[in-house]
Design a protein around this ligand. Sequence first.
Ligand SMILES: [Zn+2]
Length: 503
Amino acid sequence: MIPFALPVRKIVTVLIVSTTLIVHGCISENEKSSQRLHNYFESIRNNEALLTAFFSEMPKGGDLHNHFSGSVYAETYWNYLLRLRPWFDTVTLAFEYDSVKLTNKKGDYRRYRSATQLIAANKLGDIKQRILQAWSVKDYVDLGIPSHKHFFDTFGKLPSGGWKETGVGLKELQNRAARENVQYLELMLRSVPSDRMITGEERYAASLKLVDYSDTVRLHAVLDSLTAAFRSIDLSADVKAFNEKLLAIHNQYVPDNNAVTIRYQTYVNRRNEPVKFFRDLLTAFEAAQTNTLVTGVNILSPEHGDVSMRDYKLHMYMFRYCSRLYNTVKYSMHAGELTLGLVKPEDLTFHIQDAVYIAGASRIGHGVDMAYESDNSSLLRYMAGQKIAIEINLFSNEFILQVKEDRHPVSLYRKYQVPIVISTDDAGILRSNLVHQYVLLAKRYPQISYTEIKQYIQNSITYSFIKETELKQALQDSLSQKIEKFEEKVLLDQATLTRKAIQ
Ligand SMILES: [Zn+2]
């Protein structure tokens, strides 16, 4: 509740805007207000500071493409690492907090220093800065390695914590979202942990290699027996343990509140070999079906990796298969996070369409290679008709793929009226936030009107995977009210500033 909401609304009603439709001649007060907002927005479109101030205050609904581990800032990981009393390799920046493993490093051992030793030598600050640079795009210029490699390598360098650290990270993201006027986060949290494996894994792997995936009868026969084998080793026990842990951590650290609601996606790693990939897909779907907090499933890891590319079609057919086993589960898929030069041209022609036509994704993450997809106009029409939303991550695509401005396909999706949502991807590693994405959108694409941007914000709740109908409706209603108040405030500020300028 804004303390001065009532007086502001009264003044605004008198001076500028009325929320009821009062017609003066042909133009209503609402239309006049819309025109004033439009004019103001156009007047700041080329000014990043003014746009940042505008979007910082504007309620932005949800962030639907948001990786938990990549969204927590490197400083938080650093603080966590220090609590473990680590030793740092002062050359490679590797760290170790297990004394046995440290002494096993033999010659390299001599390069390691404890935090205490580094403080005494006045060098801990330097190590911290270098580690923040290694764990994010901080100060990134050209480090002699491709930006996509620097980005994806980051995940392997971050210290991994347990559920408690997950809770602390979730709290950080919830607090940041509240300050940034973001009401909902749909976080790609983690895979369901499981190390159960069936006997005869190699036999199944060989069968999957031989089968023609489009021969769904034969493929499903293999997947049916694989599913039965996994169920016989009680994979559900791992899902149950995951669900209980997630519920406990969620309720302890980030319970639903009026400011920011958090829900989760589980995911599978597309770099895993097929049998393991399928096991993780089964647990991901089962978690999403049995846990209200888990709204959906995703597929992650660099799409241009060797295994990702080799098994792309198989993964799509496996998603399709699981969607029939668990037919209420929704899934968004990273698809088309590729561009010319990163892979062979022919590999740019089918990833989004396979995710849509074969796998049956409800949303697409990135979709950067859309312009290269074969028969992309039919695909775009299909996505628009089926309301398959596209998650646009402008800064991520700029840093990782060097795709930006009019090379980015956001205009293509807009042209065909595919529902658009704006998201961050990995705000921590990219040292970015959701405001930044909207600033880039407004500044780089002048053809996208304020009204459309507002629609994208509303899309971020409409196309969320929230399962609880009442919660979703409440978030939609509250977002509309918050935007209305925000617009009244903008108009009042402008009217006040204009009046002062005249006096
Ligand atoms: Zn992503």
